[in-house]
Design a protein around this ligand. Structure first.
Ligand code: IPM
Ligand code: MG
Length: 364
């Protein structure tokens, strides 16, 4: 296969974890005889520093001409502490989602047997956790109009707006995913209070009638926040709107132990973007301490979703599991000896290259 991949490494730990994902991509290229053309572009604080714009036109064009986008992270503390900053790195991410039509954010959450002990929850609660959140990404309160300040500046307002069309297109993806899984969709909303949530509930319930093999249940977001802690194993596919999805995916991400393990896809009609969910984590940027596994697992999602390279994607997932089994772990995953970002990245890319079936340890 010949594919062009836009690489937007961004800020904080974004560049170093993306670099590790690229090592595994090169191993896949060699092992499976593909050609991946990597095109690097700027985004976030790095782009503001260079051009004044967090998602410059050149980066947008680079993405539009690519088969998929590999994204690192954006965000910089100098903007977090300045509520008056005119441009913010996060605007780059939101602009990218809107301009590229990335309407669904897919975040799988799966526990690893060897890492159960680092979960903040009791092991028996996290064992066998395996669900995926479909979060609507380009609507709702993040983008609704009107928004802003009253003329005298003493009031501020945001609008939560949804159309049926926006609800249906992400619902389709969630139901397709459920059909290949345990056939259960949980819609998370606040239909006891919000008009938009009532439209979600009505639209998704109507849609579900066409798919009797899929069980739909509807849950208020406050209850869902609680159930995610009490009984995360009950979920299969969670479908939700933008803001609720933002909040519960952060909650969900720590259930399995470390934010550093979880990949994501932001899916559009023709183009999708893949990113670790951990953000820019500036405290350890450049220190070779960040966990590169989420970025590497995001690469696996990219191979599968955008390029239909399922065997290659599985090879990467197996390599990550081998690395975990052999205890080659960054500091977030172990109390014992911790390895650096680049050592873990290197080990995974070597497992990917290994001609022996990954997971089988060599005899001692
Ligand atoms: C996420 C992030 C973003 C969001 C921020 C950085 C704008 O939290 O991808 O979940 O709120 O969507
Ligand atoms: Mg978030």
């Amino acid at each position: 296969m010949n594919a062009t991949i836009a690489v937007l490494a961004g800020d904080g730990i974004g560049p170093e974890v993306t670099e590790q994902a690229i090592k595994s991509l090169k191993s896949i290229e060699r092992r499976f005889h593909h050609q991946f053309h990597l095109k690097h572009g700027l985004v976030g604080a790095a782009a503001i520093d260079a051009t004044g714009n967090p998602f410059p036109d050149e980066s947008r064009e680079l993405c539009q001409n690519a088969d998929a986008i590999l994204f690192g992270a954006i965000g910089h503390p100098k903007y977090d502490n300045d509520p008056k900053a005119k441009v913010r790195p996060e605007q780059g991410l939101l602009a990218m989602r809107k301009q590229l039509g990335l309407f669904a954010n897919v975040r799988p959450v799966k526990s690893y047997q060897q890492l159960l002990h680092i979960s903040p929850l009791k092991s028996e609660r996290v064992e066998n956790v395996d669900f995926v959140v479909f979060r609507e990404l380009t609507g709702g309160i993040y983008f609704g109009e009107p928004r802003g300040r009253s003329e005298d500046g003493s009031k501020a307002f945001d609008s939560c707006v949804y159309s049926k069309e926006e609800i249906i297109r992400v619902t389709e993806l969630a139901f397709q995913a459920a059909a290949g899984r345990r056939k259960k969709v949980t819609l998370v909303d606040k239909a006891n209070v919000l008009a938009t949530s009532r439209l979600w509930r009505e639209t998704v319930t109507d849609y579900a009638r066409e798919f009797p093999e899929i069980t739909l249940d509807c849950m208020f977001v406050d209850n869902a926040a609680m159930q995610l802690i009490q009984n995360p194993g009950r979920f299969d596919v969670i479908l939700t709107e933008n803001m609720f999805g933002d909040i519960i995916t952060d909650e969900a991400s720590v259930i399995t132990g470390s934010l550093g393990m979880l990949p994501s896809a932001s899916v559009g009609t023709d183009l999708s973007l893949f990113e670790p969910i951990h953000g820019s984590y500036p405290e350890v940027a450049g220190m070779n301490r960040a966990n590169p596994m989420a970025a590497i697992l995001s690469l696996a999602m990219m191979l599968e979703y955008s390029l239909s390279l399922n065997e290659e994607a599985q090879c990467i997932r197996d390599a990550v599991e081998s690395c975990i089994s052999e205890g080659i772990l960054t500091e977030d995953l172990t109390d014992g000896k911790a390895y650096g970002t680049s050592e873990v990245g290197e080990a995974i890319s070597e497992f990917v290259s290994a001609s022996r079936p990954v997971n089988s340890k060599s005899p001692s």
